[in-house]
Write a protein that binds this ligand. Structure first.
Ligand code: ADP
Ligand code: MG
Length: 326
């Protein structure tokens, strides 16, 4: 296919990276921003990314709050979905931030993940399409009811396996003419309680976002111990497959030190693309959007676009990633 000679997102990224003053400010008029966004949206949709041979179920986990779990889940999901990859986001945080960022209202009373975990409601019944990519992006929303779920789950039979069972019966319902999602991304609350445990038991892969800041590595050992415990007792298929560096601030030496240390520790599991700290990323949820549509030309969107492309490339050959043990 012959491509239009519009600048690719790679080119934009190079330009913006060479310039510490965010390029967004230069274009900061509503018309300029919309024009830029239209160009990038067009560009984005020209490409179709590789899909994995089977559904990749990935839990986005880190018990620290504010490290970019939700932001990463929704933006990676949106970037993949805008490139023809089918994605389901399961919002497992009572705050419902992922649902909000995907433009889904989640008042108490709507069909939600709570019903799946505590009332055996089929996952398929609570899933809604996400407007920006209604044929490829879906969300199982969370409501604040989920706040009570940790406690309510504790008295349930097979309390750690509720989500795993729901996901398994959901995936069993697909046929070749109605294919299953390529990715299921599960957004976790900031704790290592029963909700996060359910997510780790339901997934084959853990994706750990790490914020490039001072206390970033604190608590990581505890998370890795939990993953090992889940592997040993609850879900031997689980591996930490992906680490994503978020909120990178190129002006600080500390960010580089943290990034280096994470790469030393996790090696090839770390996605090459680093997500910069960028105000557009934090503004987007306020408009019920991901940054991929709110400002597709921003450095934050380009970062997530590159990270998502890498995720798709790495996942094209599923058996390289995880053993076929389940
Ligand atoms: P978590 O889900 O781990 O608690 P969030 O994804 O909600 O973390 O991110 C915490 C806060 O940081 C949010 O306000 C979010 O908008 C903001 N944020 C996340 N990533 C970035 C980024 N790359 N640049 C700027 N702000 C960010
Ligand atoms: Mg969150």
């Amino acid at each position: 296919m012959i491509r239009e000679p519009t600048p690719s997102l790679h080119d934009v990224s190079r330009e913006t990276r060479s310039d510490d003053v965010s390029r967004e400010t230069e274009f900061d008029t509503p018309i300029a921003r919309e024009a830029l966004q239209a160009v990038h949206t067009l560009n984005v949709r020209q490409e179709t990314w590789p899909t994995p041979p089977r559904t990749r179920v990935m839990t986005v986990a880190n018990q620290k709050g504010g490290v970019g779990k939700t932001t990463s889940a929704v933006n990676l999901a949106a970037a993949l979905a805008l490139h023809g990859v089918r994605v389901l986001v399961i919002d497992l945080d009572p705050q419902g931030n992922a649902s909000t960022a995907l433009g889904i209202e989640h008042p108490v009373g709507i069909a939600s993940v709570y019903d799946v975990l505590l009332a055996d409601r089929p996952l398929a019944e609570v899933i809604v399409p996400v407007e920006i990519a209604a044929t490829t992006l879906f969300c199982a929303p969370a409501t604040i009811d989920l706040a009570g779920a940790e406690l309510e789950l504790s008295s349930q039979v097979a309390r750690e396996y509720r989500l795993q069972r729901a996901v398994a019966s959901y995936l069993a319902g697909f046929t070749p003419s109605d294919p299953a999602p390529d990715y299921i991304l599960i957004d976790c609350p900031p704790s290592l309680g029963l909700l996060t445990l359910n997510a780790l038991v339901a997934a084959r892969e853990a994706l750990i976002p790490i914020q490039c800041e001072y206390y970033a590595l604190e608590g990581l050992a505890q998370l890795l111990r939990t993953v090992e415990m889940v592997q040993a007792y609850l879900n031997k298929a689980l591996t930490v497959s992906t680490v994503l560096l978020t909120m990178y601030d190129s002006r600080t030496r500390l960010a580089d030190q943290v990034a280096d240390e994470v790469r030393r520790h996790f090696g090839g599991l770390v996605i090459d693309a680093v997500i910069p700290r960028n105000v557009r990323v934090s503004e987007a949820p306020g408009y019920g959007q991901t940054v991929m549509t709110y400002d597709a030309g921003s450095r934050g969107a380009v970062g997530y676009l590159q990270a998502a492309r890498e995720l798709a490339e790495r996942g094209r050959n599923g058996s390289d990633l995880v053993e076929e043990t389940q």
